[in-house]
Design a protein around this ligand. Structure first.
Ligand code: BJW
Length: 228
């Protein structure tokens, strides 16, 4: 049996659900009544920038009122105490892993609290609205967009993520539906490379059958119990 030394943890919207941030799919999903392609594609932004900016301004404001939950805190503790390699790859654009104290975190779908200037390509910390077309702090142009990865765009940090997948002895997926690629394919990559695989999710995800072990329930219960 391989000793576990290198852990890769993938998180999704389910890890922040109990902090009061709606998930994307399923009951109470964020996009209920609002088609995903109307807000989360570059085409939607070109077609109706006001709609997209209003949607993201609303969410950027909302996440700043939320707090990390027991799952974020347990992962932050693991990050602090795990002596081997550990990487939390989150699909979430909130900052709750960091606010719980986790340091080894990559945001593959970007971050709400950054704005990206499409004119000078600089990313800046951003907490306010973008709908009024504020000036970019770096170049002064008014071409800021949310620094998030939309459908059809290439997720961030892919080289680093694949390198961690190659090294991982354990892959753990927490609170994600397994509906969106490339993240949904990581479990198969990890398995092919010989890692043990574990799913922690409220219910079986679309990729559940690919995992060696799956535990189902709320993240605030499952994650602290797993970390213990
Ligand atoms: C709980 C819980 C609790 C609830 N406790 N659990 C056809 C086939 C295959 C792929 C494609 C295809 N056509 C197009 C593609 C590619 C496309 C894709 O995957 N589309 C699918 C719809 C099929 N992907 C892309 O375009 C990506 N780019 C890409 O592939 O580039 C090519 C490339 C890749 C790699 C290298 C080089 C090139 C980009 C995807 C961008 C996704 N962006 C979004 C929006 C971000 C900004 C924003 O926030 O608005 O990211 S979409 C949205 O989905 C968001 C999320 O990060 C992502 C995943 O959602 P997540 O986190 O899984 O949430 P949910 O709601 O789906 O699930 C929550 C889960 O939690 C559920 O299972 C619940 O049960 C559970 N849960 N409460 C524990 N308390």
């Amino acid at each position: 049996m391989t000793t576990i030394r290198n852990i890769l943890i993938l998180t999704g919207a389910g890890v922040s659900a109990e902090s009061g941030i709606d998930t994307f799919r399923g009951a109470g999903g964020l996009w209920e009544g609002q088609a995903v392609e109307d807000v989360a594609t570059p085409e939607a932004f070109t077609r109706d920038p006001d709609l997209v900016l209003r949607f993201y301004d609303m969410r950027r404001e909302a996440i700043q009122t939320k707090e990390p939950n027991a799952a974020h805190h347990a992962l932050a503790r693991l990050d602090r105490e795990w002596p081997g390699n550990l990487l939390i790859v989150t699909q979430n654009v909130d900052d709750l892993h960091e606010r719980a104290g986790a340091k080894r975190v990559l945001h593959m779908h970007g971050e709400h609290l950054n704005a990206w200037c499409t004119s000078c390509d600089v990313r800046s910390p951003w907490t306010g609205p973008l709908i009024d077309r504020p000036a970019c702090p770096a170049c002064g142009d008014t071409a800021l967009r949310p620094d998030v990865v939309w459908f059809g765009e290439v997720p961030y940090h892919m080289e680093e993520i694949f390198s961690a997948l190659r090294e991982a002895n354990l892959f753990v997926s927490i609170g994600t539906s397994g509906a969106v690629y490339p993240a949904a394919g990581f479990v198969r990559n990890a398995r092919d490379l010989g890692a043990a695989t574990l799913e922690l999710n409220l219910e079986p995800s679309q990729g559940s059958l690919w995992f060696e072990e799956a535990r189902h329930g709320p993240a605030t219960e499952l994650v602290p119990a797993w970390v213990e």
